[in-house]
Design a protein around this ligand. Structure first.
Ligand code: C6P
Length: 524
């Protein structure tokens, strides 16, 4: 038994966290909700390790796919998509929601759930988490890079390929109708998740990177001119820097960068001072991937609009943690990746205000996006089809819909509240590790605990943690400017999701203490 570990000697038999500590910590560092206030039906049953857990058999993801009757009938397939004059119905997919237990006719409330929040039951919905890595139970703390997938999503993909797979919008056969309904149903789920006004405001893309490039290459090329200005912040991921740099170089426009303070918070006065009569666009993240800072999104959007600029919000790091209500936020575009919110890789979405999408030319040409083609002239479809040239990632869009249903069953506000408590707990736990410096100490944070450990290179720490079965990212996180703002080239970055627990944090802390004491270096 180690005497150097003040938390517990065996990191894989973590004791329950101290309830008094939790209670006192939970009042600190509160993330004020960046969403409009809604009904106060929030219920959280507390942090894991502090309570006994209710029967979980009714929780999402518990029901087995085997309960779905084979060969689901698909009455009422309308083939509306064969007639371009007919609008797509706001369809639910016909999949009966096997893993979530959803009534397919029911619109899930994406804000609140009547169920108590139970991270251990949630964890059981994610089969990948039930394995050992290097002989230790896997602790997945690399959620900012990608999230794991619940059975609800895995089963939905399986069902799609077994029962529905077809190209969409194109053929008069039954499977084309099923897959088109499933795909357009997923678009409607994204609309609901973001509270967009219409499914036509949702464009499927591969992910955040492709979404930002779409806006830069279509809207940007049309509307950004020589000497125009684009405002971003120091917090941005390379995906929200490079496309604007490329556009500025092409057009002779200027990129202006809003500074952050020593805690990693955008300095609002300095941000506002960057706006001039030439500013056409502000593009920034709702949550920073490298530091976890939650930006004052609503204020930043209002400032930009006051100066006549359009606003693109990068939601890659916010979607799994916070509500993003695009109508309330009033952003002009919102972009996110499905894989950051429990959905497959290779699928994401761009929300755009209808008047902006309507005034934007397509960026790629091909099938699916046209109304009529002759050798002389092509007439394009309206949005969203106009921006979806070629065969899209149909199955993974359907998987994204299933992921959003799953999250809706749990309730995003419940997730925000739980993760906030976990982040506070983790912040205090990590603070006991000698030589550990947290990078990013904003008052409002979500999901991320970036740090450096004195005497160790970040990749050494990452490798040593891997020996303990703990997955974190160590590196520059594709956000080099913000790390350099803190004089660093890389950090170690544990990042949280709804299935992480205080025990995960205790195991991480214990491993770091062992590394620091020289006992945990065998992985280097
Ligand atoms: N950040 C991370 O480990 P894509 O790769 O297109 O799904 O997402 C790009 C992206 C854009 N903006 C932000 C704020 C992001 O965090 C990311 C992806 C991952 O932090 C992979 S580099």
């Amino acid at each position: 038994m180690s005497t150097t570990n003040p938390i517990h000697s065996d990191p894989h038999s973590a004791s329950a966290p101290d309830p008094a500590l939790i209670a006192s910590l939970a009042n600190e560092l509160f993330v004020s909700p960046p969403y409009p206030p809604t009904a106060d039906s929030f219920s959280i049953s507390g942090l894991p390790g502090l309570q006994s857990y209710p029967d979980t058999s009714s929780l999402p993801g518990i029901a087995a796919l085997g309960e779905i009757p084979a060969g689901i009938p698909t009455p009422g397939s309308s083939f509306y998509f064969l007639d371009s004059n007919q609008a797509a119905p706001q369809a639910e997919t016909r999949f009966p929601g096997a893993s979530s237990g959803l009534d397919p006719e029911r619109t899930p409330d994406l804000g609140f759930s009547a169920r108590p929040f139970d991270p251990r039951a949630i964890r059981r919905d994610f089969p990948i988490l039930d394995q050992k890595v290097n002989g230790k139970p896997l602790i997945w703390l690399d959620n900012a890079a990608t999230t794991q997938k619940p059975n609800a999503v895995i089963d939905r993909l399986d069902y799609f390929y077994k029962h529905e797979n077809s190209n969409i919008h194109r053929a008069a056969h039954e499977l084309a109708a099923r897959s088109t309904d499933a795909y357009e149903g997923a678009r409607e789920k994204v609309r609901r998740f973001l509270n967009a006004g219409s499914a036509e405001e949702i464009v499927f893309v591969r992910g955040t990177t492709e979404g930002i490039n779409l806006i830069a290459q279509s809207w940007g090329r049309r509307y950004i001119e020589k000497d125009d200005e684009i405002v971003i912040t120091w917090l941005e991921h390379h995906a929200n820097i490079v496309p604007w740099q490329q556009l500025c170089a092409e057009k002779g426009a200027k990129l202006r960068v809003a500074p952050v303070d020593d805690d990693g918070q955008v300095i609002l006065e300095a941000y506002e001072k960057l706006f001039t009569s030439r500013t056409k666009l502000a593009a920034f993240s709702q949550v920073s991937n490298a530091l976890g800072t939650v930006t004052p999104t609503k204020e930043m959007i209002e400032i930009a609009h006051r100066h006549g600029a359009r606003v693109l919000l990068d939601g890659a790091q916010s979607v799994s943690h916070l509500r993003a209500d695009v109508q309330w936020l009033d952003c002009d575009w919102f972009v996110f990746s499905g894989h950051k919110v429990f959905a497959p890789t290779g699928i994401g979405a761009v929300y755009g205000k209808p008047e902006v999408l309507d005034a934007t030319p397509p960026w790629q040409g091909g099938g699916n996006m046209i109304a009529d083609v002759t050798f002389e002239k092509t007439i394009y479809q309206p949005a969203p089809a106009r921006f979806e040239a070629g065969t899209g990632n149909i199955a993974d869009a359907v998987g994204l819909g299933a992921a959003l249903d799953y999250l809706g069953e749990i309730g995003i506000e419940n997730v925000t509240r739980y993760e906030h408590e976990l982040l506070v707990y983790a912040t205090h736990r990590l603070s006991i590790v000698p030589g550990l410096r947290l990078i990013g100490t904003a008052k409002e944070k979500a999901g991320v605990l970036s740090f450096v450990l004195e005497g160790f290179r970040t990749e050494e720490v990452g490798k040593a943690l891997n020996q303990e079965g703990i997955a974190v990212r160590a590196g520059h996180h594709c956000a080099q400017p913000i790390l350099r703002r803190f004089g660093l080239e890389s950090t170690v970055r544990p990042s949280l999701a709804l299935y992480n627990t205080c025990e995960d944090i205790d195991i991480l802390t214990a491993a770091l203490l062992r590394i620091q004491s020289g006992q945990g270096r065998r992985g280097f």
